[in-house]
Design a binder for this molecule. Structure first.
Ligand code: PLP
Length: 393
């Protein structure tokens, strides 16, 4: 089904800053829409008036309803979701809860994110486990035969990335998750670059655990993250970093640990930012993730096609139907120089470096790429202006 595109005037009306600049960094930290900003600022003001506890009590119902919103996003139950302060915090909390013993194996893929790879290598070393790379084909898709062949009962975790940080590839995670789960492994999905850009559900991805951030495609505040964990795998996990939120101190030498996903939360959190994130969730759900995906893909395709037609530009995105991240290099101009030159024309892009996706960049002989990530609030004319600006470098 083809979703109707989101009218850009509508999107820009809530995002005034998107009108006079070309903002192409929703993969880094997007422009929040007005309802998100209003929510955060209003709550900070209220805290200054009555103190954080009273201000929180006034919003308790909405705060609680937030679990329902996140559940709607992931297509799960409210007790299967939790909020954190970043995607990495979500991912680390879940990874840390996977029981690992000496000799166990963890499988990862070519598009693994740098922060995740660091955590895997660090944890595996402590546990005496190994981290092994499942190869991808030339098109960047996980080699499912290789995955199937290497799985055995010692594989405790398969780490998948839905959309990598450095390009438009959409990994075939559902196929990989099915193969991994057949062999009894847990599947942890980093959906940091797909949440808010396209539908990301348990049913659609097949994952056991999903993590994401607020500040990227969801357009929430910085310092927010979320996670989802299937109830059916919760009792295979052993959360270790638990405080007053995850457990109750029921007797001097006894605690009762929560039996839902909120065991992964800490008691303290930024209420203003959480309310902002909930406003961002409502905003995305109201627009519809299918419509958002169709609009983002249309903008990114336009940019990719325009750039690819320029003689000195190479587009580096993998996959047959790439999503909202456009990665490219310009012959003879360093990515940082491209970013600086575009900034002078009020076009915001970033540079993605080998340290963020070392397996993939090493395999493809890339050090750095320019990353342009247009959200639905970027107009076609702004995409064309960007292509012109690159042509003139
Ligand atoms: C940005 C990113 C992360 C980390 O998100 P934080 O909110 O900074 O913790 C993880 N994975 C991918 C693929 C990313 O692009």
């Amino acid at each position: 089904m083809d979703a109707e595109l989101i009218p850009v005037e509508l999107a820009q009306a809530d995002t005034p800053a998107a009108i006079n600049q070309v903002f192409l960094d929703s993969a880094g930290s997007s422009l929040p829409p007005r309802p998100v900003v209003d929510e955060v600022v209003a709550h900070l003001r209220r805290e200054a008036e009555v103190g954080g506890y009273r201000a929180f009590a006034e919003r308790l119902d909405e705060f609680e309803a937030g679990y329902g919103l996140a559940a709607e996003l992931f297509g799960c139950a409210p007790d299967e979701v939790a909020f954190t302060d970043s995607a990495s915090r979500s991912w680390l909390a879940l990874l840390d809860a996977v029981p690992l013993a000496a000799g166990d194996r963890i499988l990862t893929t070519e598009v693994e994110y740098g922060g995740n790879a660091i955590a895997l290598l660090n944890l595996a070393k402590r546990a005496g486990a190994t981290v092994e790379l499942v190869p991808s084909g030339a098109d960047g898709r996980i080699d499912l035969h290789a995955l199937r062949d290497t799985l055995d009962e010692r594989v405790k975790l398969v780490s998948l990335v839905h959309v990598p940080t450095n390009g438009g590839l959409v990994s075939p995670v559902a196929d990989a998750a099915a193969v991994a789960k057949d062999a009894g492994a847990l599947v942890l999905l980093d959906a940091c670059q797909s949440i808010g850009q396209m539908p990301v559900t348990f049913a659609g991805t097949g994952a056991d655990m999903i993590t994401g951030t607020g500040r990227k495609w969801l357009r929430g505040p910085r310092g927010t993250g979320l996670l989802a964990v299937r109830r059916s795998v919760l009792d295979r996990l052993e959360p270790r970093l638990i405080d007053l939120q995850g457990a109750t101190w029921t007797a001097p030498d006894e605690i009762t640990v929560r039996a839902d996903a909120r065991v992964f939360e800490l008691w303290e959190n930024s209420v203003a930012e959480r309310l902002g994130l909930l406003a961002a969730l409502r905003y995305a759900l109201d627009l519809g993730l299918d419509r958002i995906a169709a609009t983002v893909t249309a903008r990114a395709d336009r940019l990719r096609t325009g750039l690819a037609a320029l003689p000195r530009v190479t587009v580096h995105d993998l996959g047959t139907s790439p999503a909202g991240i456009v990665s490219f290099t310009v012959d003879g101009v360093a990515p940082d120089a491209v970013k600086a030159a575009l900034a002078e024309r009020d076009v915001t892009v970033t540079v993605s470096r080998v340290t963020s996706t070392r397996y993939d960049m090493t395999r493809r002989g890339l050090e750095q790429v320019v990353r342009a990530s247009p959200h639905y609030f970027v107009a076609d004319g702004q995409v064309d202006r960007t292509v012109d600006a690159v042509a003139r470098l």
